[in-house]
Write a protein that binds this ligand. Structure first.
Ligand code: ZN
Length: 1131
């Protein structure tokens, strides 16, 4: 295509343009931002002169007055007495804690007669799994490999043809800018850090493991309490005689997302549902014959030990299962796959006789754990006032009340009881890790963090460690000084911040100040917290659109330009501001770059072409970044004309590096932070900085060189990323590839600048437009902080040593983020550097300094206090497996940059085996070595770990592309706990069991083919994929109601949207799909899969409990393998 021709058509001479070379932005190469730019953030605090500054007014972001924040003391104390959970969790060290924790003090007034539960000998909180040898019916030997994920389905998505033509006005302003080619180094790509816990691998493939028949199985043994394990009896059921049961009426129904499901039997056939087919028999949980006939179900949480999170006196959900604690033997469930010959052995086919089969219903069920947590913990708010509480699971719908610790929506930990010594930590191998999501979106019924303005003196901080004022700081000497909870240093209270203490030592203004009473809040930052001590300009968004042949042909450019016209009305705004402060700019590119002047005073946009892309610069300042409302006419005109302008292009080559450089230079010139939205279709083969070659080579899979596939092929982009971070330039990348584009390299800048990668393989506007536009909308509109730095401070004894996520670090403590949005999480690992203390616990403070969408500089503070323990049993009782898995995913996905995937898989297995073996050795009751005993809080570790091991990144099937693996790797590395949870173990909902009269979803079933009924319809989602699977025997009525056809055979599996039918089943299912999509950060395209259809193999890829086509073990086989690993460690 003739660029010059376009230039002649569109260019106009413009004032200031000729002088462009006088601007100094051409060759500005700025080194990384020195940390000193954040002087007060990292360094000494200024402004401690005793000025009579006004007392910091509160600026709540919502309408509620700040004083109403924490509920009244009286109400709180009542609530806590009812549950007493804090007392249990904290142990008997309450007095000391009260000194340390003014927060919990108010909620725990003196004289707590029922605060301490009676401790009584109780059975181990282990899970003893039964020796059930029923024949398994897993038919999961799917020999077919799944086809590529990217399929083209979808309804016609209409997009308006842009008919306006670009008016040929004005003379050309095209100038050839020639500068010498940059010397592009091509040294070896940087490898990531190796996994933290290398362990010599034992290389028994899980899929070939056969359990040796050895030890004797035990059932129903009455065990003494293990040493060091003492637990409140109330955890196991109703209160003991004399214990108060008040305050929690047993009749109170849980208000969680799901209705209570006593005993979790298969739901009765739904009333009013046509064509309902009962689920397969395997959906029920069999009552073990040795169980007492009290409605006790083997899979019930609590049946294998204590509840996941202690809830003494929490009577309601347990009314049907009395007296666990008095019948310890009834809880002993043991799995000893090695010990007992299967009673069904003779009934098995000959090839199965060599193996003992385990009843899948007898091994820990993710669904059971999820449902138990929902019914146990979803009905009451989770109040954060007590140290070290394990929150409800991410799958439970619950309300959080901030009472001095951050909501689990902001911080979630793998362990809420940290071991006191590093020796203990090494022994148990449980990673001490937190997943932090600083800008997480809260539900509508939870107030966003309050904004505190301390005026020109800025936030109050510890003089020594610079920790921010928080509920853990202890005011002393009548309030004149405070002692830091993190470093113990004593700091003078500034006169304007002084306040008298009440008789308990608490400041009188405790409830008026979020920073004294809440776990999460924000400070307005002063100019000292700004780069170069200058208040930042509002950020900018630059849309950079590939206009090469592929992008035009797929319909992308038309679709995007049409959408941008309306999308620009939804740029993020500050609070109730009438319009967004964010300015926008536009660039198109193929082998050359086209900049557009869209200044409001122009009648038509002007294009400027830069064809010498070797040393990128921006040919215009004035008119490139504009206010949308002021320049709307010119912008709309541009968006109308771009598809026309390039409609007949034959240019197939693109550049990529210069595109990012151009955006970066534009932000530099405008002296603002911002985000580039790059819409890109091909491998950048054109001669330019950052040019790439096709180096895809699937033969490297399972070799020592496999890591190369995840590494960038040049360090050009690493260097560029560094510069982007220093300048607050975040890059979001929307990829539309028809072949290999090297996501590992193209995504690097995105990954290191806190951006997001989206990938639409074989994109066609009609089929994939809905997904793309939904993603784009959400991406443009979401809450985002620019030019951010995150620092995690800890109390003495532990420190943050490792960080995982989409960011850049130039030193060991500051997580630098060109931008951070509401979806991004950062996983932090802590290590001991001293002993911890049970009385003091451990405190974490995460401070995120960022620029808001209006250019306001702010600090968001999250605080969390954890318990510390000297008994390993306490640690294992207060763990969170979902968070542990999140950490393992990130550890593994970083590990593949420098290790063969086999090594990474073995490292995970070994660390997990050590965790479970340590429990077995130190916490579980003495028993046969042949028994697999799992800690209650970690009983899903094997099944979830197996899902991670089987994922395409670590164990790809033949059809998975190198780009898909790199893409998944980059996505997962910034996922929060809820996302990793569903991504690795998908949600599978029996649609035919939905209750059309309720807002609830049907109870999910386990991800295994044997759980699917031929007469059923199922919905499966994992945050990225959404399927509806239809069994071939589904009743015609139901098919008619949902698909508007008469029979199974007539269902069109190419549809990507359900027909809009006016009946309760269609409405309910469509509303379920909408709700699920709304819960996830990315839009999921719907795929219809019919039983035995060729697409079914793709669906089966997500049935994680089954053996996978790529050789991944079934859950049962993997559990046996883990058992063997544990036994080897114990022997
Ligand atoms: Zn300090």
């Amino acid at each position: 295509m003739n660029q010059q021709g376009h230039m002649e058509s569109y260019g106009q001479p413009q004032p200031g343009y000729q002088g462009y070379q006088q601007f100094a932005y051409n060759n500005q190469h700025t080194a990384g931002v020195p940390t000193s730019q954040y002087g007060p953030y990292n360094g000494p605090v200024q402004g401690y002169e005793p000025t009579a500054a006004p007392q910091g007014p509160l600026r709540p972001t919502s309408g509620a007055p700040p004083t109403s924040l924490p509920p009244s003391t009286a109400a709180q104390s009542t609530a806590y007495n009812q549950y007493g959970q804090g007392d249990i969790q904290n142990g008997p060290a309450m007095t000391d804690q009260m000194q340390r924790f003014p927060v919990s003090q108010s909620y725990m007034p003196g004289g707590q007669p029922i605060a301490y539960q009676q401790y009584a000998p109780s059975p181990s909180n282990a899970q003893h799994l039964p020796n059930q040898m029923a024949a398994m019916q897993i038919s999961g030997s799917t020999s077919n490999a799944p086809p590529p994920v990217s399929q083209s389905y979808g309804p016609p998505t209409s997009h308006r043809q842009t008919t306006a033509s670009f008016p040929p006005t004005g003379p050309a302003v095209y100038t050839q800018y020639s500068t010498p080619l940059q010397n592009i180094s091509s040294s070896i790509p940087q490898a990531g850090n190796p996994p933290q816990h290398p362990f010599p691998g034992q290389t028994v493939p899980a899929s070939t493991y056969t359990s040796p028949p050895t030890s004797t199985g035990l059932t129903g043994m009455n065990l003494p309490p293990p040493p060091g394990v003492s637990r409140p009896t109330a955890m196991h059921g109703p209160p003991l005689p004399g214990q108060s049961q008040t305050g929690f009426p047993p009749s109170q129904p849980p208000t969680g997302h799901y209705p209570p499901q006593p005993n979790h039997r298969p739901a009765a056939p739904q009333t009013g549902m046509p064509g309902v087919v009962p689920g397969p028999p395997t959906q029920g949980f069999q009552v073990h014959p040795t169980q007492p006939s009290q409605g006790f179900i083997p899979q019930q949480n609590g049946s294998f030990g204590q509840m996941r999170a202690p809830q003494p006196n929490y009577a309601a959900p347990y009314t049907g299962t009395p007296s666990y604690s008095s019948q310890p033997q009834s809880q002993q469930k043991r799995l000893d796959p090695d010990s007992i010959p299967s009673p069904q052995l003779n009934e098995l086919p000959p090839q199965q006789k060599t193996r003992h089969r385990i009843d899948p219903d007898a091994i820990p069920s993710p669904i059971q754990v999820i449902e138990d947590d929902k019914s146990n913990r979803g009905s009451e708010p989770f109040s954060t006032g007590v140290r070290g509480q394990v929150p409800p699971l991410v799958t439970t719908d619950f309300v959080v009340k901030d009472q001095g610790n951050s909501s689990p929506r902001f911080i979630r930990c793998a362990a809420y009881n940290l071991p006191c010594t590093s020796d203990m930590a090494k022994q148990c191998q449980v990673p001490l890790t937190a997943v932090i999501k600083p800008l997480a979106t809260l539900p509508a019924d939870e107030a966003p963090p309050y904004i505190v303005d301390h005026g020109e003196t800025g936030p109050i901080r510890c003089n020594r460690c610079k920790a921010y004022m928080c509920p853990y700081m202890q005011f002393i000497e009548g309030g004149r000084r405070f002692q830091c909870a993190f470093c113990s240093c004593v700091t003078e209270v500034l006169p304007h911040y002084f306040q008298h203490l009440d008789h308990t030592g608490k400041r009188m203004d405790y409830y008026d100040r979020p920073e004294l009473s809440l776990g999460s809040y924000e400070f307005l930052a002063t100019v000292d917290y700004c780069k170069n001590n200058k208040i930042p300009n509002p950020p900018a968004f630059i849309f950079m659109i590939d206009v090469s042949y592929n992008a035009l042909k797929s319909g992308l450019v038309h679709l995007l330009c049409e959408e941008l016209k309306t999308l620009l009305d939804y740029l993020p705004r500050e609070g109730n501001a009438e319009e967004s402060a964010i300015r926008v700019g536009f660039v198109t590119y193929n082998k050359v770059l086209h900049f557009y002047n869209v200044k409001s005073s122009l009648a038509q946009p002007q294009m400027m072409v830069v064809s010498d892309i070797a040393d990128m610069f921006v040919p215009l300042l004035d008119g490139f970044l504009v206010n949308v409302n002021e320049s709307r006419a010119v912008i709309n005109s541009l968006l109308e004309q771009i598809p026309e302008m390039f409609g007949d292009t034959r240019e197939t080559e693109t550049v990529f590096g210069p595109v990012i450089q151009a955006g970066l230079e534009a932000l530099k010139a405008a002296e603002c932070a911002g985000k580039l939205f790059i819409f890109h279709s091909t491998l950048p083969l054109a001669e330019a900085p950052g040019k790439l070659k096709n180096r895809d080579d699937k033969k490297l899979i399972n070799t020592d060189k496999e890591k190369v596939l995840f590494q960038p092929q040049t360090n050009f982009y690493s260097n560029l990323a560094k510069e982007c971070v220093a300048r607050g330039c975040c890059v979001d990348l929307f990829l539309f590839p028809n072949q290999y584009v090297d996501v590992a390299t193209l995504g690097l800048v995105t990954y290191q600048t806190g951006g997001s990668v989206y990938k639409y393989t074989y994109f066609q506007a009609q089929a994939d437009g809905e997904r793309f536009l939904n993603d784009l909308h959400r991406d443009v509109r979401k809450v985002i902080g620019f030019d951010s730095v995150m620092r995690v401070r800890t109390s003495t004894g532990i420190r943050a040593t490792d960080f995982f996520g989409s960011f850049y670090m130039s030193n060991t403590t500051d997580v630098e983020l060109a931008a951070l949005d509401c979806d991004k999480a950062i996983t932090v690992e802590f290590k001991h550097d001293d002993k911890l203390n049970e009385d003091n616990g451990a405190q974490i403070q995460c401070a995120l300094l960022y620029t808001s969408c209006s250019g306001q500089r702010r600090l968001r503070i999250h605080n969390l206090s954890l318990n510390c323990c000297t008994q390993l049993a306490d640690l294992y009782r207060n763990c969170e497996t979902d968070t542990l898995i999140n950490y393992f995913v990130k550890l593994a996905y970083r590990g593949v940059l420098s290790n063969p995937t086999k090594t990474v898989r073995e490292t995970l297995i070994n660390q997990s085996a050590q965790i479970l073996a340590c429990y077995r050795k130190n916490c579980a009751s003495p028993s046969s070595a042949g028994q697999l005993i799992l800690p209650e809080c970690m009983k899903l570790l094997p099944v979830y770990l197996n899902c991670v091991l089987k994922n395409d990144v670590l164990q790809p099937s033949a059809e998975v592309s190198t780009d898909d693996r790199a893409y998944t790797r980059q996505l997962a590395i910034s996922m929060d706990v809820a996302e990793t949870s569903v991504f690795f173990y998908p949600r599978l909902l029996p649609v035919h069991k939905m209750d059309v009269d309720s807002d609830d979803f049907p109870v999910a079933i386990r991800c295994s083919e044997e759980r699917l009924s031929k007469g059923g319809i199922y919905l499966l989602e994992n945050g990225l994929n959404l399927f509806i699977w239809v069994g071939m025997n589904t009743q015609h009525d139901l098919i008619q109601s949902i698909f508007n056809v008469q029979s199974f055979g007539q269902i069109d599996s190419a549809m990507s949207a359900l027909p809009l039918l006016d009946n309760p089943y269609s409405k309910k299912l469509r509303s379920m799909v909408d709700m699920i999509r709304a819960q996830r950060p990315r839009f999921m395209k719907l795929m219809i899969v019919k039983q035995d259809d060729k697409m079914e193999v793709l669906f089966k890829h997500f049935l994680m409990e089954d053996k996978s086509a790529s050789g991944g073990a079934s859950y049962v086989d993997f559990l046996c393998h883990m058992h063997k690993e544990i036994r080897q460690l114990l022997s």
